[in-house]
Design a protein around this ligand. Structure first.
Ligand code: NAP
Length: 472
């Protein structure tokens, strides 16, 4: 076995380690470095030094390094896909897809590095020239979740590096190896020492505490639960850090009477069951209009029943295991609560051993059930009825969360009207999988602050500086 390592300005052998378990087999698949406060402090010193150099590197050169990184990630697509599948259990097809999606952010921001434009603008005073320029915000710190081990890292690191900010990443404890492999590829691409650092840890607060308290960390980007996001929001106040928070959701899917049924079924299916429902933008509650409720429920349940559950490394698998015992426990709790309050299990509704839970459809759900208020983060689809558009919009917005919402209709006016009325950061119209590296991603209300992706994503790592020039 090779000694577990972590990356700062160079690779270091771990003094302490923790075990990483495969959710599919329950077996220990390896050990990762267990970094703490001392490693975090050293990483900030290194990032601060690297910033002086990296910010001064010509943006075309930064772009070229990112382009090489993109090429290496794509060349390692299968390997990275496999690594994610083994660490967190997503089906291998999705693992490979995520590797390409992750590379997509790197490619996009390689281009954006060259397009950080300033503006000359007029003054009301004669003889003055005014300039707004953009500069890198400074050393950045990212905390990433286990459900997208590669894409959440590149969605943060690529715009930071393109803008001239060194990035320190603390990946989730379930998925350290994918993060370390991406860091290796950055080094191979010619990324200078200290520009991308990866500190794996079993006790996140020992690393994040140092980062949040140090004034040299100018920007923090977090993807994870709303609970931890709120904690980091509070901690960032001490040194007034720039903050991006991509937090939990509770996505509604509104299926209107005029939907093309088979297409609606396949979009809702893709939206709900990818990654076994462990995606922050997975729909968590599906509202179907009265006129098509029975027909939709029947076809949807048949499609869910046909999903192949099993070994996530097998090519035909649609549904793998849940990430851990806590994830499975939450699914059991939500289904038990719904059934106790009168819901009917149309298909699924049972754990099948290990961390596997059969994809499930519930009908007869009511607002008092936990599943209609909280993110399940598992393969359970509750179907509720609605009569009018106004009723559906009110139900969709009746939540403290506001990340993603979806609707299916063939009526263009309704599509626009409902999209405008939904209090969400992103809306999929007849589209159950809308995320893309070049599109803005982020939530409103308790789902977060800021946007990642596209031209919006790099702005999070840039400050605007105003220069006023009085001609002599
Ligand atoms: P989580 O517990 O908040 O963990 C996310 C990250 O935060 C991990 O790296 C974790 O480290 C770290 N962390 C945990 N406790 C911490 C603390 N006290 N201080 C600092 N860092 C801490 O979230 P999760 O349950 O693993 O992930 C699922 C959640 O993420 C869901 O709510 C989902 O909706 C959300 N999510 C949101 C988006 C989005 O873009 N909006 C995308 C994906 C997921 P450890 O792993 O070591 O505990």
């Amino acid at each position: 076995m090779t000694t577990p390592r972590y990356l700062t300005d160079d690779w270091h052998d771990a003094e302490r380690t923790f075990a990483v378990t495969s959710p599919a087999t329950g077996e220990v698949m390896g050990h990762a470095a267990d970094c703490g406060g001392a490693e975090a402090k050293a990483a900030v010193d290194i990032a601060w030094e690297a910033f002086e150099h990296w910010r001064a590197v010509n943006p075309f050169e930064r772009a070229a390094t990112l382009r090489r990184w993109h090429g290496l990630i794509m060349a390692a697509q299968d390997e990275l896909g496999r690594s994610m599948t083994m660490e967190m259990g997503k089906p291998i097809r999705e693992g490979r897809g995520e590797a390409a999606y992750a590379a997509g952010f790197v490619e996009w921001y390689a281009e954006e590095a060259k397009r950080v434009y300033g503006t000359w603008f007029p003054s009301h005073l004669q003889g003055k020239r005014l300039l707004a320029m953009k500069q890198p915000v400074g050393p950045a710190f990212a905390i990433t979740p286990w459900n997208f081990p590669a894409a959440m890292l590149t969605r943060k690191a690529a715009p930071a590096l393109a803008a001239g900010c060194p990035m320190i990443v603390k990946p989730a404890k379930q998925t350290p190896f994918t993060a370390l492999r991406l860091a290796e590829l950055w080094v191979e691409a010619g990324g200078p020492p200290g520009t991308l650092q990866v500190l794996t840890a079993s006790k996140p607060a020992s690393v994040t505490g140092v980062m949040m308290a140090d004034p040299r960390i100018r920007k923090v980007s977090f993807t994870g639960s709303t609970e931890v996001g709120k904690l980091l929001y509070e901690q960032s106040a001490t040194t007034v850090k720039r903050l991006s928070l991509e937090l939990g959701g509770h996505a509604p899917y509104l299926v209107f009477d005029d939907a093309e049924l088979d297409e609606a079924v396949s979009q809702v299916l893709a939206c709900k069951f990818r990654n076994a429902g462990q995606t922050c933008v997975c729909t968590n509650r599906i509202y179907v209009q009265d006129g098509i409720f029975e027909a939709f429920a029947e076809r949807f349940a048949a499609a869910v029943d046909a999903l192949e559950m099993g070994d996530p490394l097998a090519d035909g698998t649609d549904i793998g295991p849940l990430v851990d015992g806590a994830g499975l426990a939450k699914v059991l709790e939500h289904v038990d609560d719904a059934v106790a309050k009168g819901a009917t299990v149309v298909t699924g509704g049972r754990a099948t051993g290990g961390r596997y839970y059969r994809p499930t459809v519930l009908t007869g759900v009511t607002d008092d059930m936990a599943i209609m208020h909280e993110e399940t983060f598992g393969p359970v689809a509750p179907l509720a009825r609605f009569s009018t558009e106004a009723e559906a919009i009110a139900a969709a917005n009746d939540t403290p969360f506001g990340l993603a919402a979806y609707l299916y209709t063939r009526d263009l006016a309704r599509a626009i009207r409902v999209s405008e009325a939904l209090e969400y950061g992103l809306v999929g119209v007849n589209d159950g999988v809308p995320s893309a590296p070049y599109a803005p991603f982020g939530g409103v209300k308790e789902s977060g602050i800021g946007r990642e992706g596209g031209p919006w994503g790099i702005e999070e790592y840039l400050e605007v500086k105003y220069v006023s020039l009085k001609l002599g």
